[in-house]
Design a binder for this molecule. Structure first.
Ligand code: FE2
Length: 374
């Protein structure tokens, strides 16, 4: 039942299906293309394949995207984009490449560096004229359908999200075929990142009836398909359903933002070298138990729709699933020690997202939650 008002805004055109990258020439509007990716997708020829499909004559590649992309990397890519007078940017890869493509496509039409706008920068981005297309090659981040990018300042080691109304990609092109070669550990961690997006959107204080419906659909699909996608990488149906779950989870949390799980993931990636998906999923079972207290009736509805008779049954199933796909559920797997917890709590509590978690969240509560999964 809808008992409070809400807004829903998702301006990105969605193109989903096996082989849709080969229709890119019908979708691009421009004469000079920049493809932003990590080195792997450049070295294995995927970036070039995508470039060819656009049929644009002038193509530049920036293929130095690292995990947890830095502001410095964004500025390097912007330099190449400006030199080549780029009017179409494609972000190809996981969340890192897509996040960088969002900021780069805006900075082509804005002066200065990312530091003028992000964090302590006080300038405001003006509208983007460059076309922005995001093409995910993992099933997890959902960045192709959000207006958020996450960047790390290499000098301060602070990782922070940045949102802009100009970050919504013009087109999100999801071709499940691109995920078929993902190794099992990445399929597992990125897939559980999508699970976190869905359940955080569901329990968020910002949730709305549409994001709720989408989140339930995502969680059901991930329960049914992630293990198959991890253990049988060539299972076309499981791969396709995970791509679908990932983008739908992205649409869901694009409206609500994420919550405590993602706030805690920031120090776990920056200071303990965990991948984003791992840093999120490792606290998932503990956060399910915590968030339940603040959202009882709503969570009970989710459990019953999915066929679980209690919160414990649901949380245990999530934990078993993670063990089955070789994901850790204890912080010690990331070499986190009790003496590190104060720092993790301090950094996490600075992320505004943490306050979208239902229930009372403060330093003491977060400390004991993390201690329970050391
Ligand atoms: Fe995430």
């Amino acid at each position: 039942m809808v008992n409070k008002g809400f807004n829903y805004f998702m301006p990105t055109k969605l193109v989903f299906g096996d082989g849709v990258i080969y229709g890119l020439d019908e979708l691009v509007h421009g004469k000079s293309l920049l493809i932003i990716s990590g080195p792997f997708l450049y070295n294995n020829g995927t970036a070039q394949k995508v470039a060819e499909a656009t049929k644009i004559g002038s193509v530049a590649f920036f293929h130095e995207i690292e995990p947890n992309p830095s502001c410095q990397t964004v500025d390097q890519a912007v330099m190449i984009a400006r030199e080549n007078k780029v009017d179409v940017v494609i972000g190809l890869g996981g969340g890192s490449a897509m996040d960088v493509s969002k900021m780069v496509s805006c900075l082509i039409d804005n002066e200065g560096s990312i530091f003028d706008y992000y964090s302590t920068g006080n300038r405001t981005l003006l509208p983007r004229k460059t076309q922005l297309i995001c093409i995910p090659t993992t099933s997890g981040t959902g960045s192709e359908v959000t207006n958020i990018g996450v960047y790390t300042n290499n000098e301060t080691h602070i990782k922070m999200p940045f949102a802009s109304e100009f970050f919504w990609p013009d087109i999100a092109l999801i071709d499940p075929h691109l995920t078929y070669t993902l190794p099992p550990h990445i399929t597992a961690s990125t897939g559980m990142d999508a699970f976190c997006h869905a359940i955080e959107a569901y329990w968020s204080v910002n949730s709305n009836p549409i994001s709720d419906a989408l989140s339930i659909e995502v969680i059901k699909n991930i329960f049914e398909n992630i293990e198959m996608a991890v253990k049988e990488p060539n299972n076309v149906e499981a791969r396709s359903k995970m791509s679908y779950a990932s983008v739908i989870a992205g649409i869901s949390f694009s409206q609500t933002k994420t919550t405590g799980i993602h706030a805690v993931s920031f120090p776990l990636t920056v200071d303990f070298g965990a991948s984003h998906g791992l840093a999120c999923s490792i606290t998932l079972p503990a956060f399910i138990r915590f968030a339940y207290a603040g959202r009882k009736a709503k969570m009970d509805y989710l459990f019953s729709v999915l066929g679980f008779d209690s919160m414990d049954a649901f949380a245990n199933r999530v934990e078993t699933l993670m063990v089955d796909i070789n994901l850790p559920t204890r912080l010690s797997a990331l070499n986190v020690k009790e003496s590190d917890l104060d720092h993790i709590v301090e950094v996490s509590m600075k992320a505004p997202l943490i306050h979208f978690t239902p229930g009372t969240m403060n330093e003491e509560v977060l400390y004991s939650l993390l201690k329970s999964i050391l």
